[in-house]
Design a protein around this ligand. Structure first.
Ligand SMILES: Cc1cc2nc3c(=O)[nH]c(=O)nc-3n(C[C@H](O)[C@H](O)[C@H](O)COP(=O)(O)OP(=O)(O)OC[C@H]3O[C@@H](n4cnc5c(N)ncnc54)[C@H](O)[C@@H]3O)c2cc1C
Length: 333
């Protein structure tokens, strides 16, 4: 029997599979190929919707640890359940979504399950000897590393948005229940008892958005930062900010992109009045297309930008917003 690929579920606020897990599912399906299969594992309370979604995306089986104690499971709990699901399904490769939990889980699961692990993966291929080759950006996107995963077991956490989400390929739901009864005291002691959402902008979340519009100190004041938000709303984009903005209290820390903030890799990143310090670049440089608006033609952001506008953001951004709204048939703001 060809071993199945295992995908560990993270769930969205409605209980279905998170976008990052649908991307991991797409990768697992491609890795499995026509003759292979993939399976899912879901942990938490009210897991039916996620299990059904796995089956709708083509999972041959879903391992379910339905346990109200772990409604929002930590990586420690997920590692226990994933190890058990891998043992039962005889999976050798596990694919995780490109989220902070996916990255954390990759290390924990690799330790527990004695596997190799790689995070931030943007390309995967199989070598002639059957081993895996995983590519990922390193040094803030300045180089691409290729890792050989030749061991028997591997855990692969993806880079967000690097792969297409799985589309429907329905299979009957084959559910196998897992018990977390024997879980160790240490894991239970670390369980999460609450999850407060950070103060966030309207619109899509930074982690999942395909377009991010971010503003920096060049906006000059918190009131002018609203220009960034209006452009983002017109594009259906998430709003990001440089640390200069969050440190000044113009917007909350949850908006921050960069080394000490979020890492994003949307299809389009618009940087407005952001100089392009290395600590900002490491959080956004793998975005597919980067547009920079800055009054200083020598600003470092232009070194990574695909398109640049040199000029005053306070004049350019409102004009851009008007034009975007006109083209998209939206009423003027
Ligand atoms: C340990 C550490 C961690 C850090 N982590 C992060 C991080 O996670 N994220 C992050 O962003 N930073 C981080 N920083 C800070 C980083 O080094 C920079 O200070 C910060 O990114 C600068 O923000 P900025 O580009 O908005 O401001 P500035 O560097 O002040 O740049 C403002 C830009 O706006 C332009 N400008 C001015 N007026 C206009 C106008 N009217 N129209 C258009 N453009 C205009 C200017 O030419 C300039 O390029 C970190 C620093 C350290 C030391």
């Amino acid at each position: 029997m060809i071993p199945p690929i295992l995908v560990v579920a993270e769930r969205d606020a409605d209980g279905g599979l998170a976008a990052a897990t649908r991307e991991a599912t797409g990768v697992a399906r491609t890795m499995a190929g026509p003759g292979g299969s993939f399976v899912g594992v879901v942990v938490g309370a009210d897991v039916a919707a996620a299990a059904e979604e796995f089956a709708r995306l083509g999972a041959s089986a879903v391992y379910v640890a339905e346990d109200a104690r772990f409604a929002t499971p930590t990586s420690g709990i997920l590692a226990v359940a994933a190890t058990e699901a891998a043992r039962k399904s005889e999976a050798k490769w596990v694919v995780l979504g490109g989220t902070s939990q996916g990255r954390d889980l990759a290390g924990r699961l690799a330790m527990r399950w004695s596997a190799a692990a790689v995070t931030g993966v943007t390309e995967l291929s199989t070598a002639s000897d059957g081993g895996l080759r995983a590519k990922r950006p390193v040094f803030g996107g300045r180089a691409t590393e290729t890792r050989a995963l030749d061991g028997a077991r591997a855990v692969i956490a993806l880079r967000p948005h690097a792969f297409a989400a799985a589309t429907d390929d329905p299979k009957p739901l084959v559910r196998h229940d897992l018990s977390l009864e024997g879980i160790s005291g240490g894991e239970v002691a670390a369980r999460r008892t609450g999850l407060a959402r950070p103060e966030a902008a309207a619109g899509p979340s930074l982690a999942e958005a395909t377009i991010v519009v971010a503003g920096g100190r060049g906006l000059r004041s918190p009131e002018n930062f609203a220009l960034v938000e209006q452009l983002a709303a017109s594009l259906g984009a998430a709003v990001g900010a440089s640390r200069a903005v969050t440190d000044a209290g113009w917007r909350p820390p949850s908006f921050q992109v960069g080394q000490t903030g979020r890492t994003v890799s949307p299809q389009l990143y618009v940087a407005i009045g952001i100089s392009g310090a290395i600590q900002h670049l490491v959080g956004m440089v793998s975005s597919r297309t980067i547009v920079a608006i800055n009054s200083d033609a020598s600003a470092p952001i232009f070194k990574v930008a695909d398109y640049g506008i040199v000029g005053d953001a306070l004049a350019i951004v409102p004009a851009l917003t008007r034009e975007v709204r006109r083209v998209r048939g939206l009423p003027p703001t």
